[in-house]
Design a protein around this ligand. Structure first.
Ligand SMILES: Nc1ncnc2c1ncn2[C@@H]1O[C@H](COP(=O)(O)OP(=O)(O)OP(=O)(O)O)[C@@H](O)[C@H]1O
Length: 706
């Protein structure tokens, strides 16, 4: 500042520069007083994003108004232009500082809130404006309303200091001249200002209400759409992605996107309006320095965006690590019985602690990055303030002044990256649709199934071929059992029939029609009933669990299915009967009870084809007897595919197929296969020596050459 003063002394000869010097001297004092305001505004710039910016803008202008008042008091002849520019310039810078600072804080917030899983990919997921538009469109009216109100509130924010100036003028005039009626003179501007404050408050509440509605609706729609999209995905997708990680996208990522969306709109609109206001005011005063700002600002924004993108990468890695830790906790808590049974609490804790520790280190690095970014942006912005004053001082003689533009880019990018993670799964198209295709009328459906030359590898292990030229026919209303070595591909055959996967070669036919041409939802919902080794029930009532097999089934149908499945007696024995809540995954029921509810659930849809994946293997002898009885009743008149691990349960099957190396190597009835003395006889012999095959099941075994 003294430098300016000396400079202007040297150029005393020039009228223009003399004017400049005088202006600078006046402005120096103004600035000294203004520094309090500047400090305040920079504090504001450092405040967390969540803090209401409108209140700080008002506070800032409050400080500014004090400066104006003091300036007017001490320098009655000070040019209003000088006073105004010295207020508006730094204020604009402050807005910029707020934005750039906000980016860093957003990252901090991002860091805290997000535990979303981000798959490491060479190139991150892409954001689609078209997809966003689809979500925003239904809320367009509310959004437009919010934008108008926000613009209005921001415009008033610009008006308020001007009104304050008017008020100050009245006060200053009275202080100087001690003349006139103070109360009369002050009333009009004071009421005007009061009106402005009230209107500004109303507009602010209005746009916050509307914006929050838009944000919540958009987020809810996103959640529903993402959940729908996830549920539609191929089973292979779930082989490759952990449930906990998918749930994270539904929760944390959408939460993050919503916050950014609201923040960008509210803060962005405010900042843009304020900046445009400042810019226009200053352009009127000084087009030259306005031009200079237009050149400088994009460079700063560019640098900010670069650092921002580096921080985003860091943040993505940190999120991924948090997600890993969540995955460990999710698995341990979800399987707490197994953990407890093996006394693995310490190990799980250790694993979780390791992952959490790694994520803490990454987040610390991110925090350091943010801090550096924040520090640098503060330095740069303070330098701009200084530069503005410096340049302003020397250019003041030319009646020119500076102004700054705000930038929202970095902040938007943050929301965009969260949105991209959400949209990534929205855009995923399953290879096997959930519905669509032909249906065979129930009356003409025979339930014949042909597996013809099937080749198959799981998508997650493409190199490992499970089925090789596999052929099998399930004749209508007959029971076919598949046996073979563990891991030989028996359950895979059932999964292909359910169309959880499509074979890479060959065709599966139902009544002579390729199942790929049939409606998968009809196939699974009406044609095939599946009863697995470990039935999974939902944490609702027994009634709802059975009705899961046929939504819309009457209570009478539920009871009939339960009776067929030998479940009615034990269900009615519960105090709440069919309304008994079974606990998470049916944890409050015994294995046999769970299995019978699962059978009832499968039977209620009256399927033509029944798949039993070792449905009784997990039960004790008594439970097995009751369940087997239910199964015998259930299988009558249906095509049945039994995936058998214990050979004792399938001796009554019409056909037993022995699988080896991904294909059927032997087929026949129990006795036929025993007499062949092949692989089946060998499997029986092995199970007998393991004690898994009771003697009374050995009908015909003594005739075997083995
Ligand atoms: N979802 C999957 N993704 C990748 N590989 C899988 C998947 N499910 C099974 N496999 C692999 O496919 C092979 C066949 O598995 P499958 O469950 O069909 O065998 P199985 O004959 O039913 O075995 P078990 O009698 O032990 O139940 C195994 O090597 C298994 O590791």
């Amino acid at each position: 500042m003294f430098h300016f003063v000396r400079c202007s002394r040297l150029t005393r000869g020039s009228d223009r520069l003399l004017r400049a010097r005088n202006n600078v001297i006046k402005s120096r004092e103004l600035l000294l007083q203004h520094s309090r305001c500047e400090q305040h505004s920079l504090q504001w710039a450092k405040a967390p994003v969540s803090q209401s910016t409108s209140s700080t803008v008002i506070r800032l202008w409050g400080q500014a108004h004090k400066v104006l008042r003091l300036a007017v008091q001490r320098h009655p002849k000070v040019s209003p232009k000088v006073a105004l520019t010295l207020l508006v310039g730094p204020a604009t810078l402050t807005v910029t500082a707020r934005l750039l600072g906000g980016v860093a804080y957003c990252h901090a917030d991002f860091n805290n809130n997000l535990s979303a899983e981000v798959q490491v990919k060479e190139k991150g997921p892409e954001f689609s404006w078209a997809v966003l538009w689809e979500f925003v469109r239904p809320q367009l009216l509310a959004l437009i309303g919010a934008i108008i109100l926000a613009f209005g509130a921001a415009a008033l924010n610009i008006q308020i200091p001007l009104m304050l100036g008017e008020l100050v003028n009245v006060v200053a005039q009275h202080l100087r001249e001690h003349a006139g009626n103070y109360m009369r003179d002050i009333r009009a501007p004071a009421f005007k200002l009061l009106g402005l404050y009230c209107l500004q408050g109303l507009l602010t509440s209005g746009y916050i209400i509307l914006l929050s509605r838009v944000g919540e609706r958009v987020a809810a729609d996103m959640r529903k759409t993402l959940f729908t999209s996830l549920l539609r995905q191929d089973v292979a997708f779930f082989d490759a992605n952990k449930t906990g990680q998918l749930v994270n996208r539904l929760t944390a990522d959408i939460q993050e996107f919503k916050s950014s969306f609201k923040l960008v709109i509210s803060q962005g609109l405010r900042s843009i309006t304020q900046t445009i206001g400042c810019f226009v005011s200053l352009y009127v005063i000084s087009p030259k320095l306005t031009g200079l700002t237009v050149v400088v600002l994009p460079c700063l924004v560019g640098a900010g965006a670069l650092i921002g993108s580096f921080l985003r990468r860091l943040s993505r890695k940190a999120q991924e690590q948090i997600s890993k830790a969540t995955g460990v906790a999710d698995e341990a808590l979800g399987n707490v019985r197994t953990v407890r049974a093996f006394a693995m609490e310490d190990r799980e804790l250790e694993m979780y602690a390791t992952e959490v520790e790694k994520s803490a280190v990454m987040n610390e690095a991110l925090g350091t990055g943010i801090a550096v970014f924040q520090g640098l942006s503060n330095i740069v912005l303070n330098c701009i303030v200084l530069g503005t004053i410096f340049a302003g001082g020397s250019l003041m003689g030319f009646n020119t002044r500076n102004c700054d533009l705000c930038c929202l880019v970095s902040q938007m990018v943050r929301g965009i990256s969260a949105g991209a993670r959400v949209f990534e799964y929205l855009a995923l198209e399953p290879t096997i649709p959930l519905m669509g295709g032909g249906r065979i009328p129930h009356k003409s459906l025979t339930g014949r199934v042909d597996f013809m030359n099937i080749n198959f590898s799981y998508p997650t292990r493409p190199g490992n071929q499970i089925l090789k030229n596999f052929n099998l026919t399930l004749p209508p209303c007959k029971t076919v059992a598949i046996v073979g070595e563990s891991g030989g591909g028996k359950s895979t055959v059932a999964a292909l029939l359910e169309r959880f996967y499509d074979p890479s070669g060959g065709v599966i036919m139902l009544d002579g029609l390729d199942i790929r041409t049939l409606d998968p939802s009809w196939l699974r919902g009406h044609v095939i009933g599946f009863i697995s080794q470990e039935p999974v029930l939902f944490g609702t009532s027994v009634l709802e669990n059975i009705r899961f097999g046929k939504p819309g089934a009457t209570d009478a149908e539920v009871v009939a299915a339960a009776k067929q499945a030998n479940a009615h007696t034990f269900i009615t024995g519960f105090p709440d009967g069919y309304n008994t809540v079974v606990g998470e995954r049916g944890v409050t029921l015994s294995g046999g009870q769970k299995q019978r509810i699962a059978i009832a659930r499968a039977l209620i849809k009256n399927p033509s084809i029944l798949i039993l994946d070792e449905a009784t293997s997990a039960l004790d002898a008594e439970s097995e007897r009751v369940v087997q009885e239910a199964l015998d009743r259930a299988t009558t008149g249906r095509t049945v595919l039994i995936i058998a691990h214990r050979l004792s349960t399938i001796q009554g099957a019409d056909l037993i197929c022995v699988m080896s190396n991904g294909k059927v190597v032997e087929a026949g009835t129990h006795l036929e296969l025993l007499s062949k003395c092949g692989l089946y006889a060998e499997l029986i012999r092995r199970q007998r020596s393991n004690g898994q095959h009771p003697k009374h099941h050995y009908c015909g075994f003594q005739h075997c050459c083995a």
